[in-house]
Design a binder for this molecule. Structure first.
Ligand code: AMP
Ligand code: MG
Length: 324
């Protein structure tokens, strides 16, 4: 079973684990990450193995400084401006990868681009001390709900990894926003912790969304973030046997009959809703309900990321169901 240490005492232990080519679960401001040395192929393989993640799904390289970032990718002026505005923070940039590079090719799944982010808090401290980029996807089994607490990591991956650093509940609660600058335009590849409106305000340019919905980057699979129970979004009523994931002050019809009810935010606060999203989904899943009905959540601001995750949680799954 994984050893659990705190952020106050865990830095040296985490460094030792990384140096030995092993993986460690760490808190970031978005969700918990499963980190390994991005320059070590064995460490990167261990990340894929612990998660059961398809190898064609590339990982985000986490950096501690701009120098580290410019050492592995080629920055255009607009991407650089985005780093000045939003790093450290929940924004990932997809950029042309420098070649040759110290980054192991498994990280980018053989693409000639690389996704990079500078995290806040413990993650950044750890990278600074380690001196190399860390590959770090979310610390959960592939396709399942992302972990926003050390307990959630332990319950899912505890038997497969040596160490978890406990930094308490994550602040943002959803993964980073992923953008790619092309031809001087900002393309949104995945909505996340920084809203499109914030990026538009910072750049003075419209953020472009490609046609065909949210699935654009390799591995942005339709089914993801899935609990064991089925998920039904934009529900106006609760059906027999369902649990309810509520939002705001007004309840869906039949809510009094729900197996369990949790509210993302009674006051309709989107930041609070993002923070609660994965934990509430997990708790409702444990209620034993056949399905989770989800009330309508607004799509503006952080709501774009929340609705993206809920839509994927509700998508038909490509792995066996424990419950139908
Ligand atoms: P996560 O699954 O939260 O670790 O997020 C990583 C996401 O970043 C995946 O869905 C990848 O598809 C995406 N990604 C990573 N590298 C690239 C890249 N070079 N180009 C496009 N998307 C990428
Ligand atoms: Mg993930």
């Amino acid at each position: 079973m994984a050893e659990i240490v705190t952020t106050e005492t865990g830095l040296d232990r985490a460094l030792a684990v990384l140096k030995s080519g092993e993986v460690v679960a760490i808190p970031t401001e978005t969700v918990y990450g499963l980190a390994g040395d991005a320059t070590n192929g064995d460490a990167v393989l261990r990340i894929f193995e612990a998660k059961g993640r398809p190898r064609f799904n590339p990982l985000i390289a986490h950096v501690g400084s701009i120098e580290m970032a410019t050492g592995i990718a080629l920055f255009d002026p607009l991407s650089l401006k985005l780093t000045e505005k939003f790093w450290p923070g929940p924004l990932t940039l997809v950029l042309p990868a420098r070649q040759p590079s110290t980054i192991h090719p498994l990280v980018t799944a053989g693409l000639d681009t690389i996704a990079i982010r500078m995290p806040q808090g413990f993650g950044r401290k750890l990278i600074d001390a380690f001196g190399r980029p860390l590959a770090a996807p979310s610390a959960n089994s592939s396709g399942r709900i992302s972990a926003t607490s050390a307990d959630a990591v332990a319950a899912d991956l505890g038997a497969r990894i040596p160490l978890i650093v406990d930094g308490g509940a994550t602040q943002v609660g959803v993964e980073s926003t992923i953008v790619k600058v092309e031809g001087g335009e900002v393309h949104l590849l995945r909505p996340g912790g920084i809203s499109a409106a914030e990026i538009e305000q910072a750049t003075g340019r419209k953020v472009l969304r490609r046609q065909g919905g949210a699935v654009q980057a390799p591995g942005m699979l339709a089914s993801h973030y899935a609990p064991h129970a089925g998920v039904r979004i934009n529900a106006d009523e609760v059906r027999p046997g369902e649990a309810l994931l509520a939002f705001g002050a007004e309840r869906a019809k039949g809510s009094e009959l729900a197996v369990a009810v949790l509210n993302l935010s009674e006051t309709g606060d989107m930041r609070e809703a993002a923070r609660n999203l994965f934990e509430h989904l997990q708790r409702l899943d444990r209620s034993g309900a056949a399905a989770i009905a989800v009330e309508r959540v607004p799509t503006d601001g952080l709501g774009e990321a929340i609705n993206d995750r809920l839509t994927r949680a509700a998508a038909p799954r490509d792995f066996p169901q424990n419950r139908t």
